[in-house]
Design a protein around this ligand. Structure first.
Ligand code: PSU
Ligand code: MN
Length: 304
């Protein structure tokens, strides 16, 4: 058995059958700088409450799987050094050895499903990295979407990834990719991209119904909901392209590989945009949290 600890708020919500939205913790420890990481994490939780659902931020702390963090735990995690970045391959090992680790999209999906939570909000998922034809760098997040029945709301995938290849892999894996309110697949910092999304839905209710239909069919995987960044918070793709290219060149020069790649690129882009990438990131995560709350609320109603 594993040690699992629910926050008081999540425990009460589970007992009462209230809608719950899972949140990942890698975005806190590896995706944003301190102290904004903690402020954003608390703000996103509050956005979910304001929308009528209950937030469950997920992390492994001292070998305990925490579903929902108390605010002192969130503060400590946001400042801790050397926190592991956990995915499908290593979350169990962290639990077994009493370690502390933040959960990626893949690990958060596993934990959420284990805890009976079906909706999860984040910023961006991992995907197929540019140059994957030689590096083979494809995030385990994609395979998780194929096998764990959680609906994940993200702002698409970042231009540090190869978006076309990411969509191809998701199609191969049978993962529904649903753009919210537009035909194009959103590109994280930009609402639009040249790529058409395979599916489009305009309401949280439809997304919840599709989730319930997959469950009724006994399909094992989840859904990816691609929610565009609000127009006013976008950064133009043309502006970011050279910054991303130089970040990628730096990553190669410094021989960054494996789990280190995504956090390294995010940090370089933050520096090169003088923090604007972070402001956009905050806006889109909050937007995703609100949509995820709507889906979780609709799902509770669908089940009744
Ligand atoms: N994309 C972002 N911000 C992030 C991540 C991705 O815009 O913080 C994190 C998420 O936790 C995601 C993980 O699951 O990076 C993917 O890492 P990798 O590419 O190593 O699988
Ligand atoms: Mn990778």
């Amino acid at each position: 058995m594993i040690d699992i600890q629910y926050s008081a708020e999540v425990r009460a919500a589970k007992d009462a059958g209230q809608p719950i939205v899972a949140l990942e913790s890698t975005i806190i420890t590896h995706g944003m700088p301190y102290p904004q990481n903690i402020e954003v994490a608390a703000q996103v939780e509050q956005d979910i409450r304001d929308a009528g659902a209950v937030p469950a931020t997920i992390a492994v702390i001292d070998g305990v799987l925490n579903i929902g963090l108390e605010s002192d735990q969130l503060q400590a995690l946001g400042q801790a050094q050397g926190v592991a970045k956990l995915s499908r391959a290593d979350m169990a090992a962290c639990l077994a050895t009493g370690g502390t680790g933040a959960t990626t999209v893949a690990a958060t999906m596993i934990a959420a499903h284990y805890a009976g939570i079906e909706v999860f909000a984040t910023g961006g998922i991992g995907g197929v990295h540019q140059g994957a034809e030689t590096s083979f760098d494809i995030s385990a997040d994609l395979h998780e979407l194929a096998q764990t029945p959680v609906t994940v709301v993200a702002a698409g995938a970042k231009a540090i990834l190869d978006l076309a290849k990411t969509l191809e892999v998701l199609e191969t894996l049978g993962v529904p990719v649903i753009a919210h309110g537009q035909d194009e697949f959103p590109a994280f910092w930009s609402a639009k991209s040249p790529l058409a999304a395979p599916l489009r839905m305009d309401s949280a209710e439809d997304i919840a119904k599709a989730h319930a239909a997959r469950r009724a069919l006994g399909l094992p995987g989840g859904q990816l909901v691609a929610n565009p960044i609000p127009q006013t918070d976008q950064i133009a793709a043309e502006e970011l392209a050279p910054i991303i290219a130089s970040a990628q060149a730096d990553a190669e020069t410094h021989r960054i590989t494996g789990k280190g790649v995504t956090p390294y690129l995010l940090q370089r882009i933050y520096e090169q945009t003088n923090g604007r990438s972070l402001i956009a990131n905050i806006a889109l995560v909050r937007n995703n949290a609100r949509l995820a709350a709507g889906i979780a609320i609709a799902l509770v109603k669908t089940a009744v």
